[in-house]
Design a binder for this molecule. Structure first.
Ligand SMILES: *[C@@H]1O[C@H](CO)[C@@H](O)[C@H](O)[C@H]1NC(C)=O
Ligand SMILES: *[C@@H]1O[C@H](CO)[C@@H](O)[C@H](O)[C@H]1NC(C)=O
Ligand SMILES: *[C@@H]1O[C@H](CO)[C@@H](O)[C@H](O)[C@H]1NC(C)=O
Length: 197
């Protein structure tokens, strides 16, 4: 009896232990699966196009970590005082992350504002302050639901488009230190959510 017991007890212990180990392994596996939530390829491609339109020659975005690794015009090294940040929202049920904010400041980007922003349907905030971006605000942006726009300190010109009236969700708009001409469209008065201009 005693011998059987001696054998039985370690066996039970082993079984319980094995069960515990496999439960832990299973939960690690699902954590692993959650951790690999990715930005969909169409958004990654849109980002690449946006970078090109804005004049970046160096661009590296990690779709797994949602990290903007590299932006550059003449070198992959970040200029002094530059700030870059892409933010994703990963609270979607099917392990999908979507790009919700883009900040690319003080990179001397020489291109134009990207109409391709419309290909990022979850995008809310953009900050392209202190670059050398020229041209005007793309009319395509009018169909977006942006909250925050800063193009402070660029080389934008022309009239401020009336289509801005479509930015119904806009709470912050900074067009300062550019070469815009004409008057502010009266339509801006219809931006009921605007808090800062
Ligand atoms: C992207 O980020 C993931 C998670 O942080 C990392 O494991 C992977 O090595 C990165 N990929 C590249 C190409 O840097
Ligand atoms: C990037 O932006 C997000 C959201 O605004 C913020 O929480 C995060 O701290 C920022 N990261 C860096 C490195 O600035
Ligand atoms: C994944 O989630 C997104 C956002 O909630 C949704 O638009 C899309 O249809 C979902 N895809 C699948 C395959 O369920």
């Amino acid at each position: 009896m005693l011998i059987i017991n001696l054998v039985w007890v370690p066996d039970m212990f082993f079984l319980k232990h094995a069960l515990f180990v496999s439960v832990v392994a299973l939960s690690c596996l699902s954590t692993q699966r959650f951790a690999t939530a990715m930005v969909p390829q169409n958004e990654v491609d849109a980002l690449q196009q946006i970078a090109k339109t804005m004049g970046a020659t160096y661009w590296e975005f990690n779709a797994t970590s949602c990290k903007l690794e590299t932006v550059g015009v003449t070198s992959p090294e970040p200029p002094a005082g530059s700030e870059k940040n892409i933010t994703c929202n990963c609270q979607f049920h099917n392990n999908t992350c979507h790009i919700v904010a883009i900040e690319i400041k003080r990179f001397s980007l020489p291109g134009v504002l990207p109409p391709e922003l419309v290909q990022l349907p979850y995008l809310q905030d953009i900050d392209f302050a202190y670059n050398y971006v020229s041209g005007s605000i793309p009319i395509q942006w009018g169909s977006m639901e942006l909250n925050f726009i800063s193009v402070l300190g660029n080389r934008l010109s022309g009239e401020i488009p009336k289509d801005l009236r479509n930015f119904r969700n806009l709470t912050y708009l900074n067009l300062e230190a550019n070469q815009f001409s004409g008057t502010l469209p009266s339509e801006l008065g219809k931006l009921v959510n605007l808090e800062t201009l």
